[in-house]
Design a protein around this ligand. Structure first.
Ligand code: SF4
Ligand code: SF3
Length: 544
């Protein structure tokens, strides 16, 4: 076994990647990522043992976020960048430990020393996921850690917008430290898992506030999916501050900007509509980038995951990374001390590239985050009361390349016309171009935005519960049929569980990191289930 990783839906054979990641992550990078997580846990151990106040930890907090974020699936494939982050974290850890004084009660994670890469890999082998022998403890520790990775990604975006919450940092330390504690019972770990969901809600609320206060409330928008005849830059990932800076810097240069995958919802924000050169969305979900980047012709900027390892040198030359992302051979753009990024190299490259080749034309509609949906509440309530809308299907989450995901397209198509799909995340690409029509002017696919905008879907459910005067969120005519892929979907799932949502169907497969006993707890307490055939599921959800 060269490595062990089972954090995403593509874990090899539904068990774990042991030779190389299905995602393309190699063993060295994977093992260094394990050590980076262990180092973050060591810092958490010092913070918790010494009762340090997270509100006063500034850069330590920020580097914890970057470290967790960099280990998310498809974010960073660059072993040198991960090694650099380990070194940075070890320095922070050692300074923190020395300043705190008494180190006698600290865990090995807070004190171990390594010299070179080989030494790091040796240590990584001893502290990876499988070093927790009990499979249920391992399962819960990893479930919490993956939730924290998703939480860190969202907190990082909020931070880039100048918004932070010390309580979220304090929880991250508490939970990371808890994953080192051999004294915790299964029950204690289960309750920590749910608490992770609480902070999942908080972090998504924080990011929602950061986005809407800076860029305005998303509103119903038609997004162009065709192209113009100018050279262009494609921007992917979730970070809207990177997009804002790119739009400012490209204005008046003759270079157009298009979104890819999870950046599509940027078009829904008022602040970005003023840019005439912000043309539309090119292509589909992340996994289709291999062919779509080829025909796009211009440079591509990754602000977050999901990167598919580019095989061709020509494509690699056109890929730029920033933030927590990285890929060997691709140019990485760092922010200066004020968070400003210089995208001039990307803009110059774009000018020398041919315009994108059109792969489709027309428009898609989105922008149904909480503010827009609340504005339509009367219409929606009336449609539910009159029976024009029978049920809402929350089909948020991720897309991926697995064939089994065709289920989601087939499901959306098979859904009777009096049902509405609520979506967020890149899962939408499975059905957002199907022209599923509308019900009394309400589109049958309501896209709230990025995966973090699943927060909006939860807000919408809570609002409907209030309007209909219900006691329990589960009495609503809402079905949860969620697709997952990486760890941001894990925090979204934990947030929903925390809010008391039951009967969530999760597909296309249940996480490999759920041990049979942990899966049983989720099934018994939350009636979590996976998917069946489209036919059986429609019958189950709608009744015979
Ligand atoms: Fe395998 Fe997913 Fe881990 Fe990549 S992130 S190594 S595909 S489990
Ligand atoms: Fe997609 Fe990676 Fe999860 Fe943000 S971009 S939802 S998979």
């Amino acid at each position: 076994m060269n490595m062990f990783c089972f954090q995403c839906q593509e874990a090899s054979k539904g068990v774990g990647c042991t030779i190389k990641g299905v995602c393309g992550k190699d063993a060295v990078t994977s093992n260094l990522q394990d050590l980076l997580i262990y180092t973050a846990k060591g810092i958490a151990n010092i913070v918790v043992q010494n009762n340090l106040n997270a509100a006063e930890l500034g850069d330590v907090n920020h580097e914890i976020l970057t470290s967790l974020f960099a280990t998310i699936t498809n974010a960073n494939f660059d072993e040198d960048s991960i090694e650099g982050q380990i070194r940075k974290m070890l320095k922070i850890r050692d300074e923190l430990r020395e300043a705190a004084g008494d180190a006698s009660a600290l865990h090995d994670a807070a004190a171990f020393q390594v010299t070179d890469r080989e030494d790091m890999l040796g240590k990584a082998a001893a502290v990876g996921i499988l070093s927790t022998a009990d499979e249920d403890v391992r399962s819960l520790r990893e479930l919490i850690t993956y939730g924290l990775k998703g939480m860190a990604a969202y907190a990082h975006h909020a931070l880039n917008l100048g918004q932070e919450d010390a309580e979220i940092y304090a929880f991250i330390y508490k939970a990371l430290d808890a994953t080192l504690n051999d004294g915790l019972s299964i029950d204690e770990l289960v309750s920590l898992t749910l608490e992770t969901g609480k902070y999942g809600v908080d972090v998504m609320a924080l990011l929602d506030g950061a986005h809407t206060s800076r860029f305005g409330n998303p509103g119903m928008t038609e997004v162009n999916i065709g192209v113009r005849n100018n050279p262009a830059i494609l921007i992917s990932g979730h970070d809207l501050t990177d997009l804002e800076q790119l739009l400012e810097q490209t204005e008046g240069t003759g270079v157009d900007v298009y979104t890819h995958s999870e950046m599509l919802p940027a078009h829904y924000y008022p602040a970005f509509k003023k840019y005439e050169h912000f043309v539309g969305n090119y292509g589909n979900a992340w996994w289709k980038q291999v062919t779509e980047f080829e025909s796009f012709n211009g440079p591509i900027l990754f602000t977050t995951n999901c990167i598919v390892p580019p095989k061709k040198e020509e494509i690699r030359q056109r890929i730029f990374t920033t933030g927590a992302t990285g890929y060997p051979g691709c140019t990485h753009i760092e922010a200066d001390e004020d968070g400003k990024k210089d995208f001039s190299a990307i803009i110059e490259m774009a000018k020398s590239c041919p315009p994108p080749v059109e792969i489709e034309s027309g428009t898609i509609v989105g922008g149904f985050a909480h503010h827009q949906v609340f504005a339509l509440a009367d219409k929606i309530v009336e449609a539910v009361q009159s029976g024009s809308i029978k049920k809402f299907f929350v089909m948020a989450g991720c897309d991926g390349r697995m064939q089994a995901r065709e289920y989601y397209t087939d499901f959306a198509q098979a859904l009777p016309e009096d049902n509405v799909i609520l979506t967020a995340g890149c899962a939408k690409y499975r059905y957002n171009k199907l022209n599923l029509g509308d019900i009394n002017g309400i589109p049958r696919v309501l896209d709230a935005g990025q995966c973090n905008d699943s927060y909006s879907l939860a807000m919408i459910a809570l609002k409907l519960k209030e309007i209909f005067g219900l006691e329990d969120i589960n009495e609503l005519p809402i079905v949860y049929n969620i697709a997952w892929y990486e760890q941001k979907a894990v925090i979204v799932l934990l947030a929903l569980l925390y809010l008391g949502v039951k009967n969530i169907h999760l597909g296309p497969t249940l996480p490999a990191f759920l041990s049979p006993n942990v899966a049983k707890v989720l099934v018994e307490n939350f009636r979590l289930a996976t998917i069946d055939t489209v036919e059986n599921d429609i019958e189950l959800f709608l009744g015979a």
